[in-house]
Design a protein around this ligand. Sequence first.
Ligand code: PAF
Length: 282
Amino acid sequence: MITLHTIAELRAALNKERAAGKRIGFVPTMGNLHEGHLQLIDQAKANSDVVVSSIFVNPLQFGAGEDLDNYPRTLVADQEKLNSRGCNYLFAPTDAEVYPNGRESQTQVEVPEISDLYCGATRPGHFRGVATVVAKLFGMVQPDVAVFGEKDFQQLMVIRKMTEDLSLPVEIQGAPIARNEQGLALSSRNGYLSEQELETATVLNASLREIEAALIEGNKDFDSLIESAQQCLETAGFKRDYLVICRSQDLQPATSEDSQLVVLAAAYLGPARLIDNLQINL
Ligand code: PAF
């Protein structure tokens, strides 16, 4: 695997690949890679000829007081993991390479409506930062296909809408959530948790599974399903962020008429804010 740090180097390398007729697959990340990221690489590899991954901890998507400074940066270990899965290029730019005129004067990409819900309500400006950096990375890499994890379900929808609204010639693919044996969704932020908290963290997915079981049995009292899941999370030691049963096509709160659902959850556990979701087709 070749690691590149500048846009000029990246363009030169990928222009050659394109000229040779290669289809480019892209997996953008913020590094500190785990098995979930590596499964995105596998999916990109199965759908392209040349796989590019990026590692860039994007300051634009972190709010004041969030974990930008402490976000784990593990480039050497990440390079080894990417290499072992057959990734061809790693693009690891500096802040100055991505935002050469500073962040203040950067043109930003705003995906309306969906960006203000749920994670966007708790983290104002977060999805503007994500959409902006992903649009820029698409301009740098010019991939044919890009793969994103479904753990960040709302992010995936924001990116799909941005790509469609800006007519970007990139196929967006979602990849299933990778989980540990206890059902905990893999996340770089799990690394903030103690052994004890890691056990408690499994309650998040278990709560979603309980909602799923109740919905499949025909329970349509969404409010009480949510409230009892929230109680269960709080008893386990979580602090509330949000938990919603919504329509998977537009993330609006579901009604009893809807059948394509996704339960989205975010909650604080010790030093970490964890998210998870479950798609349910009734
Ligand atoms: O999901 C992530 O790791 C980031 O939000 C992304 C898509 C790489 C943009 O910085």
